[in-house]
Ligand binder design. Structure first.
Ligand SMILES: C[S@@+](CC[C@H](N)C(=O)[O-])C[C@H]1O[C@@H](n2cnc3c(N)ncnc32)[C@H](O)[C@@H]1O
Length: 286
């Protein structure tokens, strides 16, 4: 399933530690859990490829996600201490929560996101694998964070067990809680008849996949705005049409472009697309 990229994963990979500022330990090769190659429709149009995770991470840079979320997590959880960030993405949230004196480890299967992580002012030790195969010692981190990544919904029971085993103090998950798509980046700008995604809030899926005894100790909600700064709306429209499986001559491609243009707002010489989001912070204390 290559089209639903932002929050989808598949397959197992071997671990590969690519620490920065810390010793490098190669434990084997890895492959990304998400599709990152150039979609065929873009190559046909002569576009340089858009990386869906980079689109997401760039939007997180421009959004109020971290500004809204980091203080909320600090209030809802106890002291962060040594931090393990699972599915860290660009690392913006982990960086806001970690402190240079404390250990900061990230599990991140995407090479593009790992490159971003290593550019942070205080980069984490990065494990190049998925959570399923990560070699992390039990009780090795005070806080285990997993924000807006697939396992918190799709594999909540098994992933909570693993998260708890790594944590000394607490597990903190951030889960989409809005009605609406949460797969394809920018699908929230499109009518549901086009994106065709399940619009059930991710939180419902998470709670459904947990035993009653595994319910979180605290749940807090926050509203934020997914803000994508878009240098080229036509290119984004072609990218989305390709992800939806539409052929370039499909009449809906022009409609999709017009639909995005109608929503675009000017921002610093580019335009941005804004999608209101609600997420939930779930905390388990030990
Ligand atoms: C939507 S991004 C969220 C990034 C970041 N946590 C945030 O809140 O901004 C989801 C991240 O989960 C990662 N991911 C996907 N499958 C994973 C897996 N099996 N194990 C660990 N991370 C995974 C992706 O590579 C991606 O960086």
């Amino acid at each position: 399933m290559l089209r639903r990229v932002c929050l989808r994963s598949s397959g197992q990979v071997r671990a590969d530690v690519v620490a920065s500022g810390r010793p490098r330990v190669s434990l084997g090769s890895s492959k990304p859990l998400v599709h990152e190659g150039p979609p065929l429709e873009q190559a046909a149009a002569g576009d340089a490829p858009l990386d869906p995770l980079e689109l997401y991470a760039a939007a997180i840079d421009a959004s109020d996600y971290v500004a809204a979320l980091a203080p909320l997590i600090r209030r809802a959880a106890s002291e962060i201490g040594d931090l393990l960030d699972v599915g860290a993405g660009g690392g913006q949230l982990g960086a806001a929560l970690s402190t240079p004196q404390m250990r900061f480890t990230a599990i991140e299967p995407s090479p593009t996101m790992r490159a971003r992580l290593l550019r942070l002012p205080n980069p984490p030790t990065v494990l190049a694998c998925g959570w399923e195969s990560a070699a992390i010692a039990n009780a090795s981190h005070d806080t285990v964070l997993a924000a807006t990544m697939p396992a918190v919904m799709e594999h909540a029971g098994e992933f909570l067990k693993r998260s708890r085993s790594w944590a000394r103090r607490q597990v903190v998950w951030v889960v989409p809680a809005h009605h609406g798509p949460r797969g394809l980046c920018f699908a929230g700008c499109l009518p549901s008849a086009w994106h065709g995604e399940d619009e059930t809030p991710g939180l419902d899926t998470t709670l459904r996949n947990l035993r009653p005894a595994d319910r979180p100790h605290a749940i807090q909600f926050f509203d934020w705005t997914f803000t994508g700064v878009v240098p080229d709306v036509a290119k984004l429209a072609r990218f989305l049409a390709g992800r939806l499986g539409w052929a370039p001559h499909d009449a809906r491609c022009a409609q999709l472009h017009a639909h995005l243009v109608a929503q675009a707002r000017p921002r610093n010489g580019a335009v941005c697309l804004e999608i209101p989001r609600r997420s939930a912070v779930l905390v388990w204390r030990k």
